[in-house]
Design a protein around this ligand. Structure first.
Ligand code: ADP
Ligand code: TRP
Length: 321
């Protein structure tokens, strides 16, 4: 079984990315053959600054490696080091009805939030389809917001296969329904585009600032508080075991503590959770050449598979002699 997923290097990775995707991706190394890449081409839809992009690609690589990505067991590369995907993107574009792209939620959301539109942003799901289909992926672990893109990939693959025969493998999205959408500090979906994130490896000071910013109601200290719809509690659910959550519910119900106290408990749990990875991360930051070699090795493995598949596709559509 082949599992594939990608992450965009368009900003600092946050705990929404971690619980929505990275954690599952790392765990899936024991469940099948993992293909994981840093979606550098996708990031161009929003990032227009060379250094910012390069730093984010490096940071994403360091974070994945620190969190347990095993480059021997899995194939881990930077998308743009295997440009064959762009050829498939173009071929698939010709099997993608305009209406399909016009219905994409993520495009509509991004434009509604004021992101400047361009053709890259609009046709982004076709590139994502190419990523998935080039590697004959069976399973695609993603957050809830990406399910539609995997469905679009299936639609595109279907149209292509109806024309040329059974060439493309039909993928399935894998979503962990327990943590489908991690809320941000304002209660909306946590997203680097919305400025409501909590960093995974931020300095203690920054993480504290982000946690203290979480929006709550204004129930006074001497009143019992409701945990059910509280953003602080929702985030605690990601880090605490059942017993710890029951204890926290008790604290909410008992007057005397305020949301500031619950936020500090959350902060402790966040720091505790990521602490074991900090040392490895510092090692990779000090050894950038090692990181680059790992990515090059991954690209060479991915390229072999991509070249074989693109030759088959070129042939069926009539581009080979
Ligand atoms: P962002 O919204 O911050 O730009 P991306 O779109 O780059 O994040 O998402 C990278 C991966 O992380 C995707 O698989 C996405 O579904 C997942 N993800 C992002 N934000 C969240 C969230 N708030 N909750 C759960 N998963 C998320
Ligand atoms: N679009 C995904 C995101 O923003 C990133 C991505 C690009 C991806 N290509 C992919 C995810 C292929 C899974 C499979 O999160």
């Amino acid at each position: 079984m082949r599992i594939l997923s990608g992450i965009q290097p368009s900003g600092t990775i946050h705990i929404g990315n971690y619980f929505g995707m990275i954690k599952k991706m790392i765990e899936s190394q024991d469940k099948g053959e993992l293909f994981a890449f840093i979606a550098s081409y996708h990031a161009l839809t929003s990032v227009k600054d060379k250094e910012f992009l390069q730093n984010n690609i490096f940071e994403a690589a360091v974070n994945f490696l620190s969190l347990g990505m095993d480059p021997e067991k899995s194939t881990f590369w930077v998308q743009s080091d295997v440009p064959e995907v762009l050829e498939l993107y173009w071929i698939l574009s010709n099997h993608t009805p305009m209406g399909l792209l016009e219905r994409a939620h993520s495009y509509k959301d991004k434009t509604a939030r004021g992101q400047a539109t361009n053709h890259g942003l609009f046709s982004y799901p076709v590139l994502m389809a190419a990523d998935i289909l080039l590697f004959d992926s069976n399973i695609v672990p993603v957050g809830k917001d990406q399910i539609q893109h995997v469905e679009m990939t299936r639609d595109i693959a279907n149209t292509f296969n109806n024309t040329y025969g059974d060439i493309l493998t039909m993928p399935e999205a894998l979503v962990d329904t327990n943590v489908a959408t991690v809320p941000g500090t304002d209660g909306a979906k946590m997203s680097k585009s919305y400025g409501n994130t909590i960093d995974m490896f931020g300095s203690k000071k920054i993480t504290k600032k982000q946690v203290m910013k979480i929006v709550t109601d204004s129930t006074e200290l001497d009143q019992p508080k409701e945990w059910e719809n509280c953003n602080v509690y929702k985030l605690c659910e990601l880090f605490m075991c059942e017993d710890e959550l029951l204890e926290l519910q008790q604290r909410y119900a008992t007057p005397g503590e305020g949301y500031g106290h619950f936020k500090l408990s959350l902060l402790d749990k966040i720091n505790e959770h990521f602490e074991p990875y900090v040392q490895k991360r510092e090692y990779y930051i000090k050894h950038p050449d090692e990181v680059k070699d790992i990515l090059k090795f991954g690209a060479s493995k991915a390229k072999k598979i991509a070249q074989t598949k693109i030759e088959i596709i070129r042939d069926v559509v009539g581009l080979c002699k």
